[in-house]
Write a protein that binds this ligand. Structure first.
Ligand code: NAD
Ligand code: ZN
Length: 357
């Protein structure tokens, strides 16, 4: 078991990572001494581990559980409302604690409910996906609006993150790959040594062992936590976490949410950003090596042909993280060193066209 401390502007919280660390959940709860506990999870996770976590908690505390349907559609106003109603019916109060037991969907929705129920009650993240090494840390919680993903939300930090790698054993390969893309992103923006470790050890998703998981989760979280602690409200530095995401979000949206996973879309975005870094900054990045590695792992390495470059540029301009009329891209000077570059639509259009050829 390993632990890191994530600092926020007001306090700090522990992230505990390891095999069978779910045993730490009661210890964390003891410190919070909750009046009641509400576990929120989704249907898939509940069928695998719902009973297990419920018994861990309900032995000592009055516990209820709410199960949402699996999938992005649950990050909705309706589900947000239903959870509040359930919490009121169960008479949760300011001393109650909510446990988000699941991936990014459960974490984002539950975190937003915790942030708003009675103006904010404590919550704990118990992630069950690899992608959640990204979503469980950093304090961004949200639901979707039909006009845009993650449009309604808050910055709200958990009291603890308890990351049991046991849960990841049942994760489908496509979900593992999606999370792995974000691990790679963290290595590219901040850690050359992690990048070399990953590329030399993991040629296939099936190669990922318990030991790999622990290292990539810990280092990925450490990188995210370092960046976020310097820019909690996303005013500057935090933008570097967007590596591969400017094009990635556009590709994901253009495909239609759910058609191309977030990680697969970000992988395409990272390839373009890496190529662009070489082209624009004369960086000496191992683009061909990265491309071959991604291909072997099973990431798509091209934008689907049906996506028009013009549409993608329009979507990139609409990205809520774009501050001006120009499109801001995070690029790499070298592995681990980022920089921000602005592009006009026309310039980016021709560069993207060239890359796609
Ligand atoms: P998810 O929560 O939908 O989980 C993916 C799928 O895997 C679901 O079908 C789920 O039921 C299933 N699953 C989860 N754990 C499992 C397990 N252990 N075994 C078997 N199946 C399991 O998706 P995700 O990829 O974890 O998260 C995606 C969400 O995270 C998106 O909504 C995205 O916006 C959000 N996100 C948030 C942040 C943030 O900073 N808050 C960062 C990145 C992503
Ligand atoms: Zn992402």
């Amino acid at each position: 078991m390993q632990s890191i401390t994530v600092k926020t502007s007001v306090d700090s919280y522990p992230v505990i990572v390891g095999h069978n660390v779910k045993q730490e959940i009661p210890n964390v709860l003891k410190k919070l001494s909750p009046s009641k506990v509400l576990i929120v999870t989704d249907t898939s996770i509940d069928s695998l581990y719902g009973g297990d976590i419920f018994s861990l908690v309900s032995n000592e505390w009055e516990t209820s559980k709410y199960v949402i349907p699996s999938g992005e559609a649950s990050k909705s106003f309706e589900m947000f409302y239903e959870l509040h109603t359930f919490a009121l019916e169960k008479e949760l109060d300011r001393k109650s604690v909510i446990i988000a037991f699941g991936g990014g969907v459960v974490g984002d929705l539950t975190g937003f409910v915790a942030a708003t129920f009675m103006r904010g009650i404590p919550f704990i993240q118990v992630p069950t996906t690899l992608l959640a090494h990204d979503s469980a840390v950093g304090g961004k919680v949200a639901i979707n609006h039909p006009e845009g993903k993650n449009m309604i939300g808050a910055f709200y930090q958990p009291k603890a993150v308890i990351y049991d790698t046991l849960y990841l054993q049942s994760l489908p390969e496509s979900e593992m790959r999606s999370g792995f893309a974000e691990v790679i992103k963290h290595s590219l923006i901040r850690s050359e040594s992690l990048y070399h470790y990953l590329i030399s050890e993991i040629k296939l998703i099936d190669d990922i062992t318990e030991q790999h998981l622990q290292r990539m989760i810990l280092e990925g979280i450490q990188i995210k936590a370092d960046v976020v602690s310097k820019d909690e409200k996303e005013l500057g530095l935090r933008a570097i976490l967007n590596y591969g995401h400017t094009l990635g979000h556009a590709v994901e949206a253009e495909a239609g949410y759910g058609k191309l996973s977030h990680g697969d879309s970000v992988a395409i975005g990272m390839l373009f950003a890496t190529w662009l870094s070489n082209k624009k900054l004369n960086a000496n990045l191992p683009y061909e090596e990265l491309k071959a590695w991604f291909k072997g792992i099973g990431f798509p390495i091209n934008i689907p042909e049906s996506h028009s470059t013009e549409q993608l540029i329009n979507k990139m301009k609409k990205d809520k993280k774009t501050k001006s009329k120009q499109i801001t891209m995070i690029l790499l000077k070298s592995i681990g060193i980022t920089t921000e570059e602005k592009f006009s639509d026309d310039e980016l259009y021709s560069l993207l066209t060239e890359w796609r050829m």
